[in-house]
Design a protein around this ligand. Structure first.
Ligand SMILES: Cc1ncc(COP(=O)(O)O)c(C=O)c1O
Length: 493
């Protein structure tokens, strides 16, 4: 089915606002020819939205200082520095970021605060630190290692929290202060990024302006295997009131991402902006540099179970922002820590070539390396590394990957991954089937092969396990908003 064929179920959408990407892009581009390249496509704007009051979340605080600034004080706005760039708390209204001159493309923008100095706004949106806990005996036995710790990026109580939100803490205020009030992004049906972006953009605080001035969200979704988790995500998206559009096939998805990314290629203020899949961008890599500093602070202040830098960190990799940010952080800390990243998918040689310009490395890995190269200017401008430090210097001896465990498919678990996830859950560790369960499986195989003996091992659990289903109505009226073919896929699953 092509993107255009989504016009078919229009009858089902009769009471809802239906927009076409063509129309939306035309709004962004005036009479741009980009709009005419893209077929008119139906979208769904659900109406049963539940509102911010239902979402337990952290309130913006202008006094919070990033952990990065505790170690490298000059990165904090207000401190003396010879470097051209600092980080400023986005809730500080006295900065009047809306009125500042800016440099750079939308979403990757620095705000000029005087005499050649610029800031990046950062909006802390959840309470720090996320916890580091010692794994219990059952988990240690399962993983085959004695010194196992978990950085827990999930919360049972706070909805807007963890891995994705660390990226939005840089992205959302950057877009907002660039004038953006509607943001476009892409992801698979069950994308954690899409779910968390919908919640964050519409309901979280990420700027100093009075009032609950959020952003509209337009999500372009593409198929993945329908699991219970995916069903909850679609239900959640339907409930948040975001615009949903549906794509099919690598080519349509790739083209749509390329076209929408053009929204950000402006140095002017703009009301419409784009966020890359997975929320990873050169700027948002800083979110996990910050996370590495948070971990260092926990270890050094002896406020967590881990009593020194980990020898290994196991984590999943999708678009690479998490792994690359942590790699930069560990490099800056001078830690010998090795990251072992478990890929979440791979793609054809053609897709590798078109997207990454590299056919030799797995899709996720080449993409991540590229992202790191693009993030280097931010790291340098903040004065964190000198001009001669390269991405290779950062990743050398610090990064390896597993490109097997993701099979049989993105979002689907092999029998051994599923069994590991089941046992981990019994032992108290909740994992998702697309990312974290696969990473945990890589870890257990390292353990079985005695590669972790006597080593400090940290499992970076990226999964935000908040029970979103508890916020949603029980009936299945939500699904009636979706195009007919997606309803039938849900019914068959
Ligand atoms: C639970 C989870 N873990 C890991 C990842 C991958 O993170 P990244 O895209 O930063 O590589 C994602 C999202 O894409 C995710 O949802």
């Amino acid at each position: 089915m092509s993107a255009a064929s989504f016009q078919a179920p229009l009858g089902l959408l009769s009471r809802r606002r239906v927009l076409g990407v063509g129309a939306a892009m035309a709004g962004a581009y005036g009479t741009s020819s980009v709009a005419s390249l893209w077929p008119e496509q139906a979208g769904v704007h659900a109406e049963n939205f539940f509102g911010a009051a239902l979402l337990p979340q952290f309130r913006g605080d202008a006094r919070v200082v990033p952990a990065l600034a505790e170690r490298f004080p000059w990165v904090q706005h207000g401190e003396n520095t010879r470097h051209p760039l600092q980080i400023a708390n986005a809730f500080d209204a006295s900065l009047a970021l809306d009125a500042r001159a800016t440099e750079g493309w939308l979403g990757e923008r620095q705000f000029l605060v005087g005499r050649g100095k610029a800031v990046l706004p950062w909006a802390p949106m959840f309470e720090r630190p996320s916890s580091v806990v010692a794994a219990n005996r059952d988990l240690r036995a399962l993983a085959g290692t004695e010194h196992l710790f978990i950085k827990d990026e999930g919360s049972d109580h706070i909805a807007i929290y963890g891995n994705k939100v660390r990226k939005y803490e840089f992205l959302m205020p950057n877009l907002y202060y660039g004038g953006v009030r509607r943001v476009y992004s892409h992801g698979a049906y069950g994308s954690n990024h899409c779910a968390h972006l919908a919640l964050t953009a519409r309901f979280a605080q990420f700027h100093a302006a009075p009032g609950p001035d959020g952003m509209d969200v337009v999500l372009n979704l593409y198929p993945q295997a329908i699991t219970e988790n995916v069903r909850v995500k679609l239900r959640l998206l339907a409930a948040t009131g975001v615009d949903l559009r549906f794509l099919e096939g690598d080519a349509a998805v790739g083209l749509s991402i390329k076209l929408h990314s053009q929204l950000n290629k402006t140095t002017q203020r703009s009301t419409e902006g784009f966020i890359d899949p997975g929320g990873s961008s050169p700027l948002s890599v800083l979110g996990h540099v910050e996370a590495a500093m948070e971990l260092a602070r926990q270890i050094e202040s002896r406020s967590c179970a881990l009593d020194g830098p980990p020898d290994f960190v196991f984590l999943p990799i999708g678009t690479g922002g998490t792994a690359m940010g942590l790699a930069v952080g560990f490099y800056l800390l001078g830690w010998p820590t090795r990251i072992v990243a478990t890929c979440s998918q791979d793609k054809s040689v053609l897709a590798r070539l078109v997207v990454n310009g590299d056919v030799t490395e797995p899709f996720d890995i080449a993409h991540a390396r590229h992202l790191l190269a693009q993030a280097m200017p931010w790291i340098r401008k903040l004065g964190l590394v000198g001009g001669n430090v390269t991405p290779e210097d950062i990743l050398k001896d610090r990064f390896s990957y597993d490109n097997d465990t993701w099979r049989p498919a993105y979002g689907k678990m092999s029998a051994s991954v599923a069994e590991g996830a089941r046992l981990a859950r019994q032992a108290g560790l909740v994992l998702d089937g697309t990312f974290s369960a696969k990473s945990f499986n890589t870890l257990t195989r390292y353990g079985e092969n005695r590669l972790l003996a006597g080593r400090r091992v940290l499992f970076w659990n990226t999964y935000q396990r908040f029970p979103f289903e508890t916020l949603l109505t029980e009936n299945d009226a939500w699904a009636k908003d979706l195009p007919a073919d997606i309803q039938s896929r849900l019914a068959q699953a």
